[in-house]
Design a protein around this ligand. Structure first.
Ligand code: ACM
Length: 652
């Protein structure tokens, strides 16, 4: 039994550290924490299509009864709801076949075309809750919205005392804008266990995502058991453990143990697929070829174009690619499968046969991104292939490869999808394209009649930093929450029927553990969820951010990590006419004050408040800043060396 006060104390303490402080409303029956700035008690993410707020509240009775149609597809959602209510509330929750049940879940006998396959209607009155849908998926999403109407303590994994479990009376009609609402989790760069993947799924279903794209293979690891190809997991799944700034690690020596990594057995995959399915999530596997294949080549060197590949090793984060001349990169070590080698296609046939059997989802993602050409260019077999097939350049060589892979995928009854580089060498019209280099290639693909999923790095790359590099783990680009919220997956100038949906991608080069995976995903994952679920007209940044703040409290209770980076100020620098450094500070969120010091002491709300551009005193070496909302610190203490700002502004 956990008392809410201890949860809240923990929250307040951790809030002080992370700037997520909130204030207890001092009522006799202690309610959930309500941050002062969030007047609304309804904070559903993603924002529903329509909500009518009625008078009054529903209060959960001591004995809760649920009525639900008995069918295989509802068994798990019923178990889900029972557990989500009984665990935190400690109430007895039973299933009954009785119209006067506390919570009534029902499937429409006559389909309601407005809400479609995933929509729902949720009604909360003082004594009853009803959720109606056409399909079980809609009931599940209705349950997610319902849970968000209860106090944040509903997210607890243990019973919490002292809560009035009440929900406002509402009528909600809701359905998704798009059918493909994905999150990609890169389990190749760093391996995440089966239980950690389940934890990731648990978090994503709160926000009505319905697709988990698992990036299963890359230079740093092959993560799925393939029967008949044992070296993929005996060799390909293991690297040397390194920490620090991935990408420039000292190359491992021969005597360093290769014991870092792991893989999923086929039984693990079946368990994950079922776990996801029970939560109305499909899992899409990605086998990334022909580039990003060093783990494969380390296991089976004969699949490369490169004599000498017998000495290759799974990457442990050392430099293997030269990007100085842009894309495609120049490989320092050949990490490509050889399109001119028939063994490659029989290898892929074996892999895809088993992958197709394990994952019921209709698409298999075959990668196709960032394949370097420099080893192909030197290869005699590639030259002969080009002559035989009339291929003019390396893009067409990759195009030849993609077409053959697509045929293999289709022969297993699956649809082929790949990263947008697959467009470059000519593509069969039935291939689907995942646009990542901005929206541009998705637009081009849709205009050519391909199905498209938008996952542009400009809005939806969760591996990017969420605030200034001075506080965030360093990656090559930044994407703040407000920018992610601008994601509009359906461009104005294409036929929307080609846009299947949108997705956010979490690459994990710099993500070493599941807590950091969560930190990178939330709250930006909420922004992308709202962009793919909610009506475009209902998107509203200030309103969204108010709801996000309520969800921070929920994630605290759920013990899901998230980034508080949105509270950290934005630094811009310039030079005055007389070459003095000018520091411009702003915030992504309205209503925050920034306090600062140049004297190395820690600023608080008694320090100077930022009002106009700053020029540091002559001998200052450090600018420290922190944001407050009123008297409450919300941002993290940031230490910005003046030297760094001078560098950014360009030397005098
Ligand atoms: C990608 O980000 N290389 C698809």
């Amino acid at each position: 039994m956990k008392n809410i006060l201890s949860v809240l104390c923990f929250s307040l303490l951790s809030g002080a550290a992370f700037g997520q402080t909130s204030v207890l409303k001092n009522t006799t029956a202690i309610e959930a924490v309500t941050p002062l700035n969030t007047p609304t008690e309804i904070a559903i993410i993603p924002e529903p299509v329509a909500i009518v707020k009625n008078q009054g509240h529903f209060i959960l009775p001591e004995n809760v009864t649920i009525q639900c149609p008995a069918m295989p597809e509802t068994k798990q959602l019923l178990a889900f709801l029972q557990e989500r209510i009984s665990v935190p509330t400690g109430r007895y929750v039973s299933v009954v076949n009785n119209k006067s049940a506390t919570i009534s879940l029902s499937l429409n006998e006559k389909a309601n075309h407005t809400i479609g396959a995933e929509g729902y209607q949720l009604t909360v009155t003082p004594h009853h809750i009803t959720i109606k849908a056409n399909q079980p998926a809609g009931l599940f999403y209705g349950i997610q919205s319902l849970l968000q109407l209860f106090p944040a303590a509903i997210e607890s994994k243990e019973a919490v005392d002292g809560i009035t479990w009440k929900a406002p009376c509402v009528e909600v009609t809701d359905y998704p804008r798009l059918g493909w609402r994905g999150l990609m989790f890169d389990v190749a760069r760093h391996f995440f266990t089966k239980e950690e993947v389940k934890q990731y799924i648990n978090a994503m279903v709160r926000y009505k995502y319905n697709l988990l794209h698992l990036h299963l293979t890359d230079d740093e690891g092959w993560r799925i058991e393939i029967k008949g190809l044992p070296k993929l997991t005996e060799i390909g799944a293991w690297s040397v453990k390194k920490v620090g700034e991935f990408g420039n690690f000292i190359p491992p020596t021969a005597d360093e143990p290769r014991n870092y990594g792991g893989f999923y057995t086929q039984e693990d995959i079946k368990e994950l697929v079922q776990y996801a399915k029970d939560r109305f999530v499909n899992i899409m596997p990605e086998i990334d070829v022909p580039g990003h294949s060093l783990a494969t080549i380390s296991s089976y060197p004969e699949l490369s174009c490169t004599p000498g590949a017998e000495n290759y090793h799974v990457r442990s984060g050392e430099r293997i690619m030269d990007w100085s001349r842009g894309a495609p990169p120049t490989a320092l070590v050949d990490n490509t499968l050889c399109p001119a080698n028939e063994k490659v296609y029989s290898f892929l046939d074996t892999v895809i046969t088993q992958v197709a059997a394990l994952f019921p989802f209709e698409y298999i993602h075959m990668g196709g991104d960032e394949a370097p050409f420099n080893f192909w260019e030197k290869n005699e077999a590639i030259k002969a292939l080009m002559q035989k097939e009339g291929l003019k350049d390396m893009h067409q060589v990759q195009g030849y490869f993609e077409k053959r892979v697509q045929k293999i995928v289709a022969s297993k009854g699956k649809k082929f999808i790949g990263w947008d580089e697959i467009l470059d060498g000519g593509l069969s019209p039935s291939a689907a394209v995942m646009s990542w280099r901005g929206m541009k290639y998705g637009i081009e693909a849709a205009k050519k009649g391909h199905e498209v999923v938008m996952s542009p790095s400009t809005y939806a790359y969760l591996d990017y930093m969420q605030a200034d590099a001075i506080t965030e783990p360093r990656v090559y680009a930044s994407l703040r929450l407000s920018k992610a919220y601008e994601f509009e997956p359906v461009p104005a100038d294409v036929d929307p029927k080609y846009i299947k949906g949108g997705q956010a991608n979490l690459w994990t080069e710099q993500v070493y553990n599941i807590r950091q995976a969560e930190y990178m995903t939330w709250p930006r994952g909420m922004a992308i969820a709202e962009s793919v679920w909610s009506p475009k007209e209902k998107k509203n940044w200030p309103n969204f951010f108010n709801r996000v703040e309520q969800h921070f409290k929920r994630l605290d209770v759920a013990e899901t990590k998230y980034a508080p980076s949105v509270y950290d100020p934005i630094f811009k620098v310039s030079r005055s006419a007389d070459k003095q450094l000018l520091i411009d500070l702003s915030t992504e969120v309205a209503g925050l004050d920034i306090y600062y010091s140049f004297d190395n002491s820690f600023p608080d709300s008694f320090y100077p408040k930022y009002t106009e551009k700053l020029t540091p005193p002559k001998d200052a070496t450090m600018l420290k800043v922190i944001t407050y909302r009123g008297k409450t610190p919300v941002g993290r203490m940031m230490n910005m060396p003046i030297e760094e700002l001078n560098k950014r502004a360009g030397r005098k």
